[in-house]
Design a protein around this ligand. Structure first.
Ligand code: ADP
Ligand code: ZN
Ligand code: MG
Length: 472
């Protein structure tokens, strides 16, 4: 029997205004080489200065991932040459990273596994190389932007766990507002490490997989790689320690290069940056940057609002949706109804119109009003759906819409009785059948009256009036 070991190295780009060691703008998509200065271009004699927002966001992440926060975050130079890195070294952390010994829980297959976080460190990103024909172009806008690296211990076993960890982690950083977590655009990147060994023998020889730009590819690549390594071991072979690339067209991993080991980088202390020593005020600020995290919120939603797991999962996925939901509930709406409207009816419209809840015509107050019109019997379910559509189309309050359109429910007994009489006269055959004991046409008769009133008649009253008149 074999055992597999998986550890992840996750990089996230921090959403700061400026770069991590200079004042250049940190923004994706600008004209190449416009956000550069002597510091991030590595001119001799310039001095880096640590960005306060970057270090604060970094500690917020460390805190959220249950890390011990370093009383002294030290910066080092990691030396290597590459054209996208003009200084020929990267400022990073080695001897005393800002966070250590954290954890993140991963629930998979009915079990929860605690995946330890080895460390979290802050570093600067490199620029971007663009290969065009036989030329290589360089864009240094990204050089020197803040990058946070999270390194897990090799505590996972299955590709699925890695996928879930990444999804949970992405949700967490989005809640914290530190990164948008877009793996396709590269604002969140992941290298996956995996080894296989005979059970009980501990870690095997690891392979690192790169070029993974979705959490699904991480899962697929890891499971492919576990299978490949098992096959090698089955045949009595040895796994080569190397870096492999995920080929997303062929669904396989392929050799990239054999990996240099850590000491090749010749880390040495960055002489131009003092160690960062967080004081009490800084730590208090970090605490203020924390929010209730998705897992806790999911649990609370199930407990406090009585929604089921699927609804809770949907509601907490985006912080904006969860906040919106709580606002609707606080306005007195039934939490179950609010959850189901958001999960189905509202989501359907948002998907169709390809828009977000935030900034849409549907505010929490409007949804609460709609639900109160519904629960108070002023409108019924089918009309409520029409009202919701109208809120999106016309950007008006539900109360105003039903008044303007005359959609308010008809519950005047005399008015309804007249309609019932008319329907019975027009559908004598159905009426006779019901009288003779066949209950089926009753629904048809109700339907006729609903149709005649464009769905505004109070269906229960209609049914009762019909029964009364037909003597059943
Ligand atoms: P390196 O020196 O190659 O950078 P590290 O020890 O720093 O390796 O680990 C990098 C990542 O690889 C971590 O996420 C760690 O959990 C994972 N890892 C390390 N050794 C193994 C192994 N034998 N099998 C699977 N994953 C491993
Ligand atoms: Zn700069
Ligand atoms: Mg390492």
């Amino acid at each position: 029997m074999y055992q597999s070991f998986i550890g992840l190295e996750i990089h996230i780009q921090l959403l700061t205004e400026s770069k991590v060691f200079c004042g250049c703008t940190n923004r994706f998509g600008d004209e190449p080489n416009t956000n550069v200065c002597p510091v991030c271009m590595g001119y001799p004699g310039v001095l880096p200065a640590l960005n306060a927002q970057a270090i604060r966001l970094s500690y917020v992440v460390a805190r959220a991932l249950n890390c011990e926060m370093s009383p002294q975050a030290v910066f080092e130079r990691k030396n290597y040459f590459y054209p996208d890195m003009p200084k020929n070294y990267q400022i990073s952390q080695f001897s005393s990273p800002l966070g250590r010994n954290g954890w993140i829980d991963v629930a998979y297959n009915g079990k929860t596994r605690r995946v330890r976080i080895h460390e979290i460190h802050l570093e600067e990103d490199a620029g971007k190389m663009i290969h065009a024909g036989d030329m290589s172009l360089l864009d240094y806008n990204r050089a020197g932007t803040p990058l946070l690296e999270i390194v897990t211990e090799p505590d996972m076993e299955f590709g699925e766990e890695a996928e879930i960890l990444l999804q949970d982690f992405r949700r967490t950083i989005r809640y914290l507002g530190v990164c948008d977590g877009n793996m396709e655009e590269g604002s969140m990147r992941c290298d996956a490490n995996v080894s296989v060994n005979l059970e009980g023998r501990g870690l095997g020889r690891k392979v690192e997989i790169k070029n993974l730009n979705s959490s699904r590819f991480v899962k697929m690549a890891l499971n492919y790689e576990i299978g490949r390594q098992k096959e090698i071991l089955d045949k009595g072979g040895k796994v080569v320690q190397e870096t492999r690339l995920w080929n997303e067209n062929r669904d396989v991993t392929e050799t990239m290069r054999t990996k240099e080991s850590a000491h090749d980088y010749r880390y040495f202390p960055e002489p131009d940056l003092p160690a960062f020593v967080p004081d009490a005020e800084f730590l208090a600020q970090v605490d203020r940057g924390l929010v209730e995290l998705p897992a806790a919120r999911r649990e609370r939603f199930v407990k406090d609002y009585g929604v089921n797991e699927a609804a809770a999962d949907f509601l907490i996925n985006e912080k904006g949706t969860a906040d919106f939901y709580e606002e609707v509930a606080a306005l007195g709406a039934d939490p179950g109804a609010a959850a189901s409207w958001l999960q189905f009816d509202v989501r359907k419209i948002l998907n169709r119109e390809n828009r977000e809840l935030a900034g849409s015509p549907l505010t929490a107050a409007r949804l609460a009003q709609l639900l109160s019109l519904l629960s108070g019997g002023r409108i019924h379910g089918k009309i409520a759906k029409q009202v919701l559509e109208a809120v999106f189309a016309e950007d008006k309050d539900p109360g105003l819409i039903i008044r303007e359109k005359g959609w308010e429910q008809m519950d005047d007994a005399a008015e309804l009785a007249a309609l019932v009489d008319r329907a019975l006269a027009a559908n004598a055959k159905a009426a006779a059948a019901v009288k003779a004991g066949d209950a089926k046409p009753l629904g048809f008769l109700v339907g006729q009256i609903m149709k005649a009133t464009q769905g505004r008649a109070q269906p229960q009253m209609v049914q009762e009036l019909l029964k009364e008149k037909l003597g059943i």
